[in-house]
Ligand binder design. Sequence first.
Ligand SMILES: Nc1ncnc2c1ncn2[C@@H]1O[C@H](COP(=O)(O)OP(=O)(O)O)[C@@H](O)[C@H]1O
Ligand SMILES: C[C@@](O)(CCOP(=O)(O)O)CC(=O)O
Ligand SMILES: [Mg+2]
Length: 302
Amino acid sequence: MITCSAPGKVYLFGEHAVVYGQSAICCAIDLRTRVQATKHDSIVIESVLGTTALDFEIHPYVSSVIEKMKGHANIEGVRIQIRSELPVGSGLGSSAAVTVATLQALNQLYACNLQLEDIANIGHTIEREIQGNASPTDTYVSTMGGVVLIPERRKLKDLDCQLVIGNTRKSSSTKDLVSNVAQLRQEFPDIIDPILDNIGKMAHLAEEPVNRYDYETTGKLMNVNHGLLDAIGVGGAELSALVYAARNAGAISAKITGAGGGGCIVALANETSASAVASAIKNIGAEAILTRNTHEGVRLEP
Ligand SMILES: Nc1ncnc2c1ncn2[C@@H]1O[C@H](COP(=O)(O)OP(=O)(O)O)[C@@H](O)[C@H]1O
Ligand SMILES: C[C@@](O)(CCOP(=O)(O)O)CC(=O)O
Ligand SMILES: [Mg+2]
């Protein structure tokens, strides 16, 4: 039996734009998905979504992992048990975390000797096949941990501030939101492409401030990024209410994280303002989660 875990993630910059090759800054967070793999007489997948065999409706990511790993090992029967701290379909990279943790658990269980780069690449392929179009960001950051500039895959300094996540508790499908942006871009390329370009430019502009722990400058750019996500149609009244509640409560910055449409916002806060920001989020009926950037990507668990 092997247990592995992988972290979720938040985007400081670049969600959706990164799908079109623009840069993003994404950081792993200390909320993890744990996957236990045990050799078994059949294939069983147990999670909060249900208990199934290979099932590409209920467990598309985990089933795809098992299928892919059959190319690296003789997998006749395996029991996969999943426990996660990440809300599903909420922009925190739950799909990437479960994909990467399952890949690494099977890699270890069957001694396939896949390296971390292989895990990240296979994970990206799986997300792209399921989502229709996916950037390498979520699976790379869930594999490697830390704060990463994508597609350059350049590690930045770990964040030295508090992260406050506001969860609308309204899940959304990344596949649908990515498709909606593609349709808008197809209809208005001269309007949408410059927006995506500017999001990518902000990620590059923010690299230096992040590396010198200048979260005031980083935060100003994050707030602009939030406005541009609204502009490409992935915002919403609940997400904006959370963003303004967090900012008005003293957050350094607050923006949508992930696919949007529902899901979560992320706010940067310092030690003194974090609890006030969390209270403001709860006061409007949302879930507040205090977390931090984690340096640790996918790892073996005892
Ligand atoms: N704990 C889990 N157990 C099994 N599958 C999971 C789990 N968390 C996420 N998933 C898979 O990932 C999908 C959500 O992925 P996605 O729409 O990209 O949202 P997110 O923003 O959380 O990554 C779920 O529908 C499910 O297929
Ligand atoms: C919207 C996007 O940029 C991020 C999706 O993040 P999540 O699945 O909502 O956690 C899609 C991608 O990068 O593949
Ligand atoms: Mg996802």
